[in-house]
Design a protein around this ligand. Structure first.
Ligand SMILES: O=C(COP(=O)(O)O)[C@H](O)[C@H](O)COP(=O)(O)O
Ligand SMILES: [Mg+2]
Length: 485
C-alpha cells in the first residue's frame, strides 16, 4: 500500500482546523519500531469510501495523542515521540475491505504495571469510531521493558506442580454441576466424590458466588471439609477453586482471607471482575501463597467474532501480565468455540518463555516473556474421557483438563466419573511415554484400559460417540501453504 509519509511539517502543521490523521503524523511508513515500542496489530474495516490508511492512522491517533482537530497544545509536548505511528497497512487475505494495521506506541505512553492504563489507550475510544465499520485488536507485541513492570502469575506452572507434587501429566478437574441451586452440604458431597475418585481439583462455576440457596461461607466450609477428607483418604494433594468473585473488592478480600484460613491452596475469580480487581487479587495471592484460577466468563462477547473486538490471544497476554496461575483457554474438541490452530497460539502465549511469530496460529509477533511465570491453561467445556487422546494431542501436558458434566453425569455416580477420567488419562500418558501413536490408537488404548476399569467402560458407553463438530468462527487468516507433491 502507499508508502509515502504525508506528515505536514513546520508551522502549517499547527494551523487551527481539521487535518487528516495522515497529515497530522499518525502514518509514518518509514518508521522502524524500536525494541522498547509496544506494537498493536488491528484488523481495520473502514466504512465504504474511507481510505484504509487514513482509517488506520485515525486508530493510531485516537489511541494515543490525537483528537479530531489540530490542537496547538501539542507544541508544548514532545508530540512526535508521543504520537503512535501506523507504519504498515496490509489487506487481510480473503477478506475484501479489511486491513491489518501495525501501530507502534512509545513506551512512555504507558504506566508500568497497569492493564487498565494500557487498555484505556489501546481499546479506549477507537472501537466506536464512526469512519470504521468494525475494528479488532488481533495481537500485541509487548516490549521486555514493559513486561518487566509486571509480577505475572503468583505461582506459575512450575511452582504449582511443586506445591501439588504432581508431575508428568495434565491435571484433572471438574466444575460442580448443576451450576446453581445445590445446598452447601450437597455441594460438598460432589466435591468429595470427585476428588476421592481421582481428580486433582474441583471448581466453582462462574456464576456461583453467594446466593440464597448457598451462601459463600457454607460452600467454602463444605468444600474444604471435602478436600481435607479426600486428601487424607488418597494421600494426594487436592484443591477446590473457591470462587471469591463478589460485588466489591472489600468483599473479595474477605472471602479470600476465609479461604486461606480454611487451608485452601487455590481461589478463583471471573474475568468479569475487571483488570484492576484481577491485578489486586493477584497481588494478594502472591503475598499469601495462594494459586489463582481465572474463569474467562464473558470473553466471547468480544473475542469470538473476527471482525470486531479483542482476540483472546491478546487477553491471554494481558492476563499473563496481570498475573493469574490458571486461565480457561479452550478445548478444541469440546462444546465451545476453539479452532485447533488458534487455540495452539493461546496455549503457546500462556506457557512458553519465548513465543515466535507463527501466522498459522494467529501469532503475529515474536513475544519474549523475560522469565515471567507461565500460566496453566484450563481446557473445559463439554469434554469427556473418550476424547483423552485428542485432548493430549492438541493441548499437551501442562494443562488442566476439566470435566464437569463429563464427571458428574456418569451413570454410576461422581466417583465413578472421576475414576474413568483418571484411568483414561493415565492409560493415555502411559501409551505416549511408551512411544505409541496414541492419537491414532487412542480409541483402542481406551477400550483396552476399560477392560479392567468398569467406570471407564461405562463412560465410553455413555459418551464415547459424543462430538461437537461445528465450523469455527475465530480462525487464523494465514493458512498453511500445501506442500507440492
Ligand atoms: O462450566 C463449564 C464447563 O462445564 P462442562 O465441563 O460440564 O461442559 C465452564 O464454565 C466452561 O468450560 C467455560 O468455557 P471456557 O473454558 O471455554 O471458558
Ligand atoms: Mg461454567
Amino acid at each position: 500500500m502507499s508508502d509515502k509519509s504525508e506528515t505536514v511539517k513546520g508551522e502549517d502543521r499547527y494551523k487551527a482546523g481539521v487535518m487528516s490523521y495522515k497529515k497530522m503524523g499518525y502514518w509514518e511508513p518509514d518508521y522502524q519500531p524500536k525494541e522498547t515500542d509496544l506494537i498493536a496489530l488491528f484488523r481495520v474495516t473502514p466504512q465504504d469510501g474511507v481510505d484504509p490508511i487514513e482509517a488506520s492512522a485515525a486508530v493510531a491517533g485516537e489511541s494515543s495523542t490525537a483528537t479530531w482537530t489540530v490542537v496547538w497544545t501539542d507544541r508544548l509536548t514532545a508530540s512526535e515521540k508521543y504520537r503512535a505511528k501506523c507504519y504498515r497497512v496490509d489487506p487481510v487475505p480473503n477478506a475484501p475491505g479489511s486491513y491489518f494495521a501495525y501501530i507502534a506506541y512509545d513506551l512512555d505512553l504507558f504506566e508500568g504495571g497497569s492493564i487498565s492504563n494500557l487498555t484505556a489507550s489501546i481499546i479506549g475510544n477507537v472501537f466506536g469510531f464512526k469512519p470504521l465499520k468494525a475494528l479488532r485488536l488481533e495481537d500485541m507485541r509487548l516490549p521486555v521493558a514493559y513486561v518487566k513492570t509486571f509480577d505475572g502469575p503468583p505461582a506459575g506452572i512450575i511452582v504449582e506442580r511443586e506445591r501439588l507434587d504432581k508431575f508428568g501429566r495434565p491435571l484433572l478437574g471438574a466444575t460442580v454441576k448443576p451450576k446453581l441451586g445445590l445446598s452447601g452440604r450437597n455441594y460438598g458431597r460432589v466435591v468429595y466424590e470427585a476428588l476421592k475418585g481421582g481428580l486433582d481439583f474441583t471448581k466453582d462455576d462462574e456464576n456461583i458466588n453467594s446466593q440464597p440457596f448457598m451462601h459463600w461461607r457454607e460452600r467454602f466450609l463444605y468444600c474444604m471439609e471435602a478436600v481435607n477428607k479426600a486428601q487424607a483418604e488418597t494421600g494426594e494433594i487436592k484443591g477446590s477453586y473457591l470462587n471469591i468473585t463478589a460485588g466489591t473488592m472489600e468483599e473479595m478480600y474477605k472471602r479470600a482471607e476465609y479461604a486461606k484460613e480454611l487451608g485452601s491452596c487455590i481461589v478463583m475469580i471471573d474475568l468479569v471482575i475487571g483488570y484492576v480487581a484481577i491485578q489486586s487479587i493477584s497481588k494478594w495471592a502472591r503475598d499469601n501463597n495462594m494459586l489463582l484460577h481465572l474463569h474467562r466468563a464473558g470473553h466471547s462477547t468480544y473475542t469470538r467474532q473476527k471482525s470486531h473486538g479483542v482476540s483472546f490471544r491478546v487477553i491471554s497476554k494481558w492476563m499473563r501480565l496481570a498475573g493469574v496461575d490458571h486461565i480457561h483457554a479452550g478445548t478444541v474438541v469440546g462444546k465451545l468455540e476453539g479452532d485447533p490452530l488458534t487455540t495452539a497460539g493461546y496455549y503457546d502465549i500462556l506457557r512458553e518463555d519465548f513465543v515466535p511469530q507463527n501466522l498459522e496460529h494467529g501469532v503475529f509477533f515474536d513475544q519474549p516473556w523475560a522469565s515471567l511465570g507461565k500460566v496453566m491453561p484450563v481446557a473445559s467445556g463439554g469434554i469427556h474421557a473418550g476424547q483423552m487422546h485428542q485432548l493430549i494431542h492438541y493441548l499437551g501436558e501442562d494443562v488442566v483438563l476439566q470435566f464437569g458434566g463429563g464427571t458428574i453425569g456418569h451413570p454410576y455416580g461422581i466417583q465413578a466419573g472421576a475414576t474413568a477420567n483418571r484411568v483414561a488419562l493415565e492409560a493415555m500418558i502411559f501409551a505416549r511415554n511408551e512411544g505409541r501413536d496414541y492419537l491414532a490408537e487412542g480409541p483402542q488404548i481406551l477400550k483396552d484400559a476399560a477392560k479392567t476399569c468398569t467406570p471407564l467402560r461405562q463412560a465410553l458407553d455413555t459418551w464415547g460417540e459424543v462430538t461437537f463438530d461445528y465450523t469455527s468462527t475465530d480462525t487464523p487468516d494465514f493458512v498453511p501453504t500445501p506442500t507440492a507433491s
